[in-house]
Design a protein around this ligand. Structure first.
Ligand SMILES: N[C@@H](CCC(=O)N[C@@H](CS)C(=O)NCC(=O)O)C(=O)O
Length: 232
């Protein structure tokens, strides 16, 4: 039975590709293309009723939700969280959940405030831009500023440069990379320098993985398998 990543282009399933590369576990990618409205195609619902990516399958086994997949794969193939110092374990748990629980909703609301006027009929656009821009500045920008300060401080405190404090990525990093890439790409004006340095370092690390001789699936191969990743 083969581990299969059901991968939607430019999506959270990039997290799982990076993790599987790090773990050097053999896997296959089943690609799905977003439709004109940017939604996943209907076929993904045949794999998991919610129809969102990523989904991991292995025979009859089906698992959705990127955080659950990260935890599952690390538990099965990775270094156990319990081997980290206790404070690092707490940071790892915290940032693993913070990524989807706190940071993603803020970024998504900022994206929606931008998307509504962008997709509105031409005549309504100027009016809606005015309203949604003002709402976004009032409601979302201050939150994003606070989160930026918080993450910048955390990265500054981390001795090894990763979220749990060490020099190797943990679940927290596999989760945090996606919202940080999204933020840097969509709202670069509010993106922090340590966050920029963090994602550059991870991209360098990914690039160098292509030369790991024992890797069963090389990253360049996986990027090819997953299609182009526009957030990178
Ligand atoms: N919290 C879920 C979110 C899954 C999700 O919304 N995935 C997006 C891609 S990043 C998706 O499949 N969107 C397509 C759609 O909703 O049609 C996770 O972390 O896996």
């Amino acid at each position: 039975m083969v581990l299969t990543v059901h991968h939607l282009d430019n999506s959270r399933s990039q997290r799982i590709l990076w993790l599987l590369e790090e773990l050097q576990v053999p896997y296959e990618v089943k690609p799905y293309k977003r439709d004109a409205e940017h939604h996943a195609p209907k076929e993904l619902k045949d794999v998991h009723i919610l129809g969102a990516s990523p989904v991991l399958t292995e025979g009859d086994f089906v698992l959705a939700e990127s955080g659950a997949i990260v935890e599952y794969l690390l538990r099965k193939y990775g270094k156990q969280r319990e081997t980290l110092p206790e404070s690092a374990q707490i940071d790892d748990i915290y940032f693993t959940h913070y990524a989807e629980g706190s940071l993603m909703p803020i970024l998504l609301s900022k994206i929606i405030y931008r998307m509504i006027p962008e997709r509105a009929p031409v005549l309504l656009k100027p009016f809606l831009w005015c309203i949604f821009d003002a709402l976004s500045h009032r409601l979302v920008t201050p939150q994003l500023r606070t989160h930026r300060e918080y993450i910048e401080v955390r990265l500054g405190e981390s001795e090894g440069g990763f979220f749990a404090g060490g020099s190797e990525p943990t679940a927290a990093d596999f989760m945090m990379i996606f919202p940080l890439e999204l933020w840097g790409k969509m709202f670069p004006e509010s993106f922090g320098p340590r966050c920029r340095e963090y994602i550059d370092r991870i991209h360098e690390r990914c690039a160098s993985q292509t030369s790991i001789p024992s890797a069963t699936t090389e990253l360049s191969d996986s990027i090819e398998k997953g299609g182009e990743y526009d957030l990178f």
